[in-house]
Design a protein around this ligand. Sequence first.
Ligand code: SAM
Length: 216
Amino acid sequence: MNSNTLSPAVLSTLEKISTLNRGFFTFEEGIKLFEEARNAMSEGSGYAIEVGSYCGTSTAFLGVAAKETAGVVASIDHHLGSEENGPAWESFDQALYDRERETISTLSRFRSLIHSLNLDAYVAPVTASTAVASIFLRDRADFIFIDGGHGEEVAFNDYFAYAPLVRRGGILAIHDVFEDPTRGGRPPFEIYTRAVASEQFTHASNLGSLYFLRRR
Ligand SMILES: C[S@@+](CC[C@H](N)C(=O)[O-])C[C@H]1O[C@@H](n2cnc3c(N)ncnc32)[C@H](O)[C@@H]1O
């Protein structure tokens, strides 16, 4: 998408997100996520689900889409980090480590970002494991973004729990889909191929490793 087509107010909020926060999302990916979510939400009930909030970067892009469509995004994370966010891993961020509890803790930074962007009314934080949240998040959504744990078990569990909730014509987005195994881990690519093989979803578009599938 051409970011010149966005209103100055929206563009300025989206630009602010990337300067304010740490995360695993580029500005270009954020703009693409925003656009796809806004389109799907404006054609449906205005409900999106995010699996994996971390410090809220991608959530904020979805939150702006929710604001634009008078919708809401439920963003799920236990806020304890994934295995690869732990000490001794390459994605470890010392500033997010809670020494007392001996764990990563991203909730406070997540809340601060959403609040500083005035998105509290459009983002519903769900502080739970994705498995527990799936017990009560049962409504169909226009847009579901899977970017939680990248291990095989958790990625497949997230796919089986959340992909069926995408409404007909809605969008399932998956981050870190790498066809080339030398560029990244397999599970996000495997759930993407599983979705296509299920014949419930067709490839819609992608920007780098950020993939979008449309529900038939
Ligand atoms: C790759 S990060 C998400 C990045 C985020 N979307 C962004 O744009 O910055 C993955 C997140 O998934 C969360 N996570 C991993 N496994 C989880 C599980 N089983 N239940 C809940 N959250 C989980 C981690 O706590 C981590 O914050």
